[in-house]
Design a protein around this ligand. Structure first.
Ligand code: ZN
Length: 176
């Protein structure tokens, strides 16, 4: 067996893990997979005690987000269902997750689900801007004429907004 052949075999397996993980969803926003969220940083093939295994490296969206424990468990369960028993999930906190890591497909799914997708972080990560000038688009009628009602929406990861045009309240996925 030559080295190039081994590398190819490894790539195929890692690709397969990525596609399996696309079925693992965010418990708070079930339309988003962990791939859409951009929290899977790396997938490595590992070997512990002569047993082949997988290491999944994740970066939590919010360090205090209780959903992360559920996500870890769901990743483990999904891989187990596909016959992967030796799974290590490690957490990397730096660099910190930002909403920029969310895929475009993920942002579209959020909007279709009725949650305003995050603005690019450079527009909103400044707390001053967030408080005064942030224009969040209503996911129902696309109006920018919206106002923030509460810092916290249905979960700590979202704020509650209301549209001044269609009057619909909606969650906004907060910038990190
Ligand atoms: Zn509206």
């Amino acid at each position: 067996m030559n080295f190039a052949g081994m590398a190819t075999k490894e790539n195929i397996s890692v690709q397969k893990i990525w596609s399996i993980l696309s079925a693992v969803c965010d418990p708070e926003v079930p339309v988003l997979s962990v791939i859409d969220l951009g929290i899977i940083r790396d997938i490595k093939l590992i070997r512990t005690n002569d047993e082949e295994g997988i290491e999944v490296v994740i970066t939590p969206t919010y360090s205090g987000c209780p959903a992360m424990d559920v996500i870890r468990m769901n990743i483990r369960m999904e891989l187990l269902q596909h016959g992967y028993k030796n799974v290590q999930i490690s957490t990397v906190l730096s660099p910190a997750w930002t909403t920029d890591w969310m895929t475009e497909a993920g942002k579209q799914k959020l909007k279709a689900y009725g949650i305003a997708p995050p603005n690019p972080s450079q527009q909103v990560c400044n707390t001053q801007l967030f408080a005064e000038d942030e224009a969040v688009q209503c996911p129902h009628c696309n109006s920018y004429n919206t106002r923030r009602i509460s810092e916290f929406g249905s979960t700590a990861c979202k704020s509650l907004f209301q549209c001044n045009d269609c009057q619909e309240p909606f969650d906004y996925f907060k910038c990190h």
